[in-house]
Ligand binder design. Structure first.
Ligand code: UTP
Length: 693
């Protein structure tokens, strides 16, 4: 087993990883005080960092245009809903690479279902890298808008975040150093890989809260959550004190420069008593563990790392209280390695300040690949080393694919429409003929009932008839004969016979019984005849209804020939609905692909246009012998990388050029703007596309 430090228990490998922190823990760290001269030297690079992260008017327009577009397309799908921007893009504490956070507020919705629905919609709109993170603590849809290159997160009913954004925005208004320091700290944290909550370090929001706490302590800003007047809000059934004092400018007691504040930020947190104190901007001072009730849960980051290869540590070691959600420790996501790394880096930065190192060295990027996705992409990077002919043939190929796909989309859309029409028409026929169907049904039910009766009567009649040997008229004749024999005058010349008398009587009685049965059979037969006649009449009626129904259906079918030879019933109509849904899904995918092809075609055209433009400009300049350095956007773009945002301007400009309409007269100012190309992020063509669909 490798040797471990007697004091910290860290292995040699870990001592190498967390060298500064280790020196501090074993009492060997020496921090030199920064000189005034050195601090002055920091001022310029820090201001440059701040201005590099400033958003241009074009960036802001693109952001606004994207928000508007999303607002329109998403809120229209959820009744009474509202889309609100929050996070650093609203508070003003954002780096240029920061993402756009949006919150959809909608009553009584299932968050996961909404997230899934929105992601489907966004894919259909051609948004890229759409991910539905339904299992996260705060479920979100993550995606990239290909036009602006902006990364966007949409969460649902994340109302408290809207309030804490207002608080940060209000702090940013108090003193410009809030924004400046936040940007420098976040810039450093980004490059030193310390601001990635999903990977076990602090969230960007956590760093903002640390900045505010530090500026309060330094007397730059006042506490905006103090005072007697409180605002309480009920959010999802829980009460929160969301008081924000409405102070827009404070007369700061501190005149410290940005460099001084950044240095003291690093120094204070490098030496902060994390063991016993909790950062609380709500209180305007740190809280003791007892005051807050948050204990250092076992194991500590050091213990966790020394014991295990994949260390899990207890909670509340780098405790930062959320200003509104008082149960929320912003360091909850921080893992053992993350905590040690953050503390090590804070000491490193403090030491480098004191050692007279540069801001650039302090922010030297760790794992640069990590930031590739965040940097605005050079949209033409793959075209720069290609000849015009190659790009032209790429364009031809893309256009051919695009028109093939357009036809396919048209065909699939026609199929979708025909399915909808079929289901509608079928329901129409079912509705129109519903009265006839009802009567038809009731006749059929009666027919069945009557048939049963007829069968029963026939059975009883036949049973009697099989028991009686004589038909009724013969019984009656025989009865009359026996009766007269029994009642005729006695012939005095004949010898009376008792036996014969008896035989006659018994035959007479038998005939009488037979007669009763025969009458019953004859009545049954009568009823049988009546019912059969009735049944025949009803069958005739049924045929009439069937003819009427057929005629009505035929009439309707004349208006809707699609239904010819089809089975018309509700099940069939439902199966058309199902088919429509699956076609719609396929169509969304196809439209997304088409959108990408359109964009690619626009990009290739823009590149060719840009190249031919710069060549002709070059020739023009050459002819005039003009040696002036071109500062125009065109020349800057042809040399440097172009962002996704810039291409949006180029494409909109292209739209203007290809238009066959007569140009309108515009003021000279507008004409100048037009020459520059429309750099705003127009979603115009997208709008048109939707309308056409
Ligand atoms: P981020 O961590 O992405 O911050 O959280 P950000 O937008 O880059 O920068 P900040 O917040 O201006 O420093 C985005 C938003 O999510 C909410 C906050 O409103 C934050 O502004 N949030 C984030 C919380 O409410 N709690 C958290 O623990 C994290």
């Amino acid at each position: 087993m490798s040797k471990r430090c007697d004091i910290t228990g860290l292995s040699a490998e870990d001592i190498n990883l967390f060298g500064f922190l280790h020196s501090q823990l074993i009492g060997e760290l020496e921090l030199k005080e920064v000189s005034n001269e050195s601090l002055t030297g920091f001022e310029k690079p820090l201001q440059r960092t701040v201005s590099n992260h400033r958003f241009s008017t074009g960036d802001l327009k693109r952001k606004e245009s994207l928000i508007k577009h999303l607002e329109k397309s998403i809120t229209s799908k959820f009744n009474g809903s509202k889309l609100t921007a929050f996070g650093s893009s609203e508070s003003g504490l954002s780096l240029k690479t920061g993402d756009l956070d949006l919150c959809l507020q909608a009553a009584k919705v299932d968050q996961k279902k909404v997230i899934k629905r929105i992601s489907g919609m966004l894919r259909g709109q051609g948004m890229e890298s759409v991910q539905a993170l339904t299992r996260a603590k705060v479920p979100i849809v993550k995606f990239t808008d290909p036009r602006s290159g902006m990364h966007v997160d949409i969460s649902i009913n994340n109302t408290l975040a809207i309030h804490n954004t207002k608080l940060l925005a209000q702090y940013a208004k108090l003193d410009e150093r809030v924004k400046q320091l936040a940007i420098c700290v976040k810039h450093w944290a980004l490059h030193r890989n310390l601001s990635d909550a999903p990977n076990g370090t602090l969230s960007s929001y956590g760093w903002s809260v640390l900045v505010i706490f530090h500026l309060m302590k330094e007397g730059v800003i006042a506490n905006l959550q103090s005072g007697e007047d409180r605002t309480i809000a009920d959010i999802e059934g829980k009460e929160y004190d969301i008081t924000i004092n409405d102070i827009s400018k404070s007369d700061s007691a501190s005149k410290a420069s940005l460099a001084e504040l950044l240095y003291s930020f690093f120094k204070n947190y490098a030496t902060f008593d994390w063991e016993n104190e909790i950062v609380s901007i709500r209180s305007g001072k740190s809280l003791t563990r007892d005051e807050k009730g948050w204990m250092n849960e076992e194991p500590s980051a050091l213990d966790a790392i020394n014991r295990s290869k994949s260390p899990r540590m207890g909670e509340h070691h780098l405790s930062i209280e959320d200003p509104f959600d008082l149960d929320h420790d912003l360091s909850r996501a921080v893992r053992a390695v993350g905590e040690l790394k953050i503390r090590d880096e804070l000491i490193r930065a403090t030491k480098m300040f004191g050692d007279g190192e540069t801001w650039k060295a302090i922010c030297e990027t760790i794992e640069p690949d990590r930031l590739k996705d965040m940097e605005p992409a050079d949209i033409f990077h793959d075209l720069r080393d290609k000849t015009d002919d190659v790009v032209k043939s790429m364009l031809e190929k893309t256009n051919a694919e695009m028109s093939a796909l357009e036809k396919r989309v048209e065909a699939v859309d026609a199929e979708r429409k025909s399915n909808i029409r079929m289901a509608k028409a079928m329901r129409g026929v079912i509705e129109e003929t519903s009265d006839l169907r009802k009567e038809h049904k009731s006749i059929i039910i009666n027919l069945k009932e009557r048939n049963k009766n007829i069968d029963a009567i026939k059975k009883s009649r036949d049973k009697i008839n099989s028991d009686i040997i004589l038909p009724i008229h013969m019984i009656e004749d025989e009865l009359a004969k026996v009766y007269s024999r029994l009642t005729e005058e006695i012939d005095i010349h004949r010898v009376p016979s008792l036996k014969r008398e008896k035989t006659h009587f018994s035959w007479f009685l038998e005939l009488q019984a037979m007669h009763g049965k025969a009458r019953e059979a004859s009545e049954l037969h009568q009823r049988f005849i009546e019912l059969v006649t009735e049944q025949k009449g009803e069958i005739k009626k049924l045929k009439i209804f069937e003819t009427k129904h057929d005629e009505a259906t035929t009439k309707l079918l004349e208006q809707e020939p699609l239904l010819k030879d089809k089975n018309i019933n509700s099940n069939e109509a439902r199966s058309y609905d199902r088919r429509t849904l699956s076609i719609q899904r396929a169509l969304r995918q196809l439209r997304g692909d088409l959108h990408k092809l359109r964009r690619e075609s626009g990009r290739l055209e823009a590149w060719l246009r840009k190249k031919s433009g710069s060549q002709s400009r070059g020739r023009r300049d050459g002819r005039k012998g003009n040696q002036r350095k071109q500062k125009s956007q065109g020349s800057k773009e042809s040399s440097g990388p172009m962002t996704l945002g810039d291409i949006s301007g180029l494409l909109s400009g292209m739209g203007n050029q290809t238009s066959s309409k007569k140009p309108k007269k515009v003021s000279s100012k507008k004409a100048g703007m037009r020459k520059l190309g429309n750099l705003g992020a127009h979603r115009g063509s997208r709008g048109k596309y939707e309308k056409k669909d």
